[in-house]
Design a protein around this ligand. Structure first.
Ligand code: KG4
Ligand code: ZN
Length: 333
């Protein structure tokens, strides 16, 4: 089964082709982040317009990279939720037209199912059930992955996502957008005990998280220092912040892993690229005797390879079954 997948939920236009599930033949990504950096965040209209401009060329280059013709495709997959509605609509409408034109099925994919599936590409032996920590720009969730399409959120953030928190702190430090990676780089060699930031917990909900207090504490500290003309230990601040985020995520992952008693613990989403979180998880999960699956950095952020991979595990629709598919800004897991 050869599947071409399209991902346009945010500011990356991505097209990939998979064969028999986990084998990726092409993985094309065009990031628009430079265009949005001017505004300090994603501007939805700019994202939609640039997806329209990029999508046809990316489909062509994916086919070329895989040495395939459109007629070789058995199905078209597309991210249909959640995400920026105008951005999603570009991918969904393009995918619908392509599926209809080729007479092949359309497979709609939930973006977070896709992020989780990035692990199947990196680890061919991995099969559900497992626990997955999903940490992206819009989501921070602990997910009980019971099957390829059957999953339940067992813990989540009550306010900001971890990625959002990284991006806001990075912006206040003048590191540009999206700043998670730059903040990670700044933290290298920094003293993680330079600043003492809060770690929130929610009474009666041990697996839930909160990052807004941490975000406010860091931003207030930076602004206060600026107003007083005090010099900040920027690497120390970045390292102390990353440590605080990790101190929220890692112990909850361990509590969830103990409760579920699965052998495998996976991580997914853009923030899964963070070096501090990866290191802390490796140590903590190993100590518990579980196996940790960390996707390679290239598969942590948004991409279409993960969507193509997940499509292989979805129920197979008929050629006309999903042509009324719509895009949705929000969608339960
Ligand atoms: O999964 P993703 O590409 O998009 C969403 O679905 O949201 O995640 C993007 C997020 C951004 O907030 C970005 O700053 C963050 O992932 N990110 C990182 C790192 N690389 C990307 N955060 C912390 N450390 C990193 N190395
Ligand atoms: Zn994502």
């Amino acid at each position: 089964m050869t599947i071409l997948a399209i991902e346009t939920s945010c500011d990356e236009t991505a097209v990939a082709i998979s064969r028999n599930g986990r084998e990726i033949l092409a993985n094309e990504i065009l990031s628009q982040s430079d265009l949005h950096a001017l505004y300090g965040g994603v501007v939805p209209e700019i994202a939609s317009r640039n997806h329209i401009q990029a999508i046809t060329k990316l489909v062509d280059s994916a086919l070329e990279a895989a040495s395939l013709q459109k007629s070789d495709l058995d199905a078209i997959a597309v991210t249909y939720a959640p995400g920026l509605i105008g951005a999603l609509l570009v991918g969904v409408n393009f995918a619908k037209s392509m599926a209809y034109g080729l007479g092949v099925p359309l497979i709609p994919i939930h973006h977070i199912h896709g992020h989780i599936a990035a692990n199947y590409i990196a680890y061919p032996e991995l099969r559900p059930p497992f626990l997955c920590l999903v940490v992206s720009g819009g989501h921070s969730q602990l997910v009980d992955v019971r099957g390829y399409t059957e999953m339940q959120i067992i813990g989540s953030t009550r306010d900001d996502a971890a990625g959002e928190c990284f991006d806001k702190v990075a912006r206040v430090l003048g590191l540009g957008y999206p700043g998670g990676r730059a903040l990670d780089e700044l933290a290298q060699g920094g003293d993680d005990a330079a600043y003492d930031f809060p770690r929130a917990s929610i009474e009666g909900a041990p697996l839930d998280m909160s990052f807004s207090g941490l975000k406010t504490a860091v931003i207030n500290l930076i602004h206060n220092a600026e107003q007083k003309g005090e010099l900040l230990d920027r690497p120390g601040l970045a390292a102390s912040f990353a440590r605080a985020v990790s101190d929220v995520l890692v112990p909850r992952t361990i509590v969830a892993a103990r409760a579920l008693r699965y052998q495998a613990v996976c991580v997914a989403g853009g923030v899964a690229a963070n070096s501090r979180i990866r290191r802390d998880l490796e140590i903590a999960v190993k100590k518990e005797g579980h196996t940790l699956y960390l996707p390679p950095l290239a598969l942590c952020g948004d991409n279409a390879a993960m969507i193509a991979c997940q499509a292989n595990f979805e129920p197979k629709p008929g050629p006309l079954d999903n042509l009324a598919c719509n895009a949705y800004a929000t969608m339960p897991l």
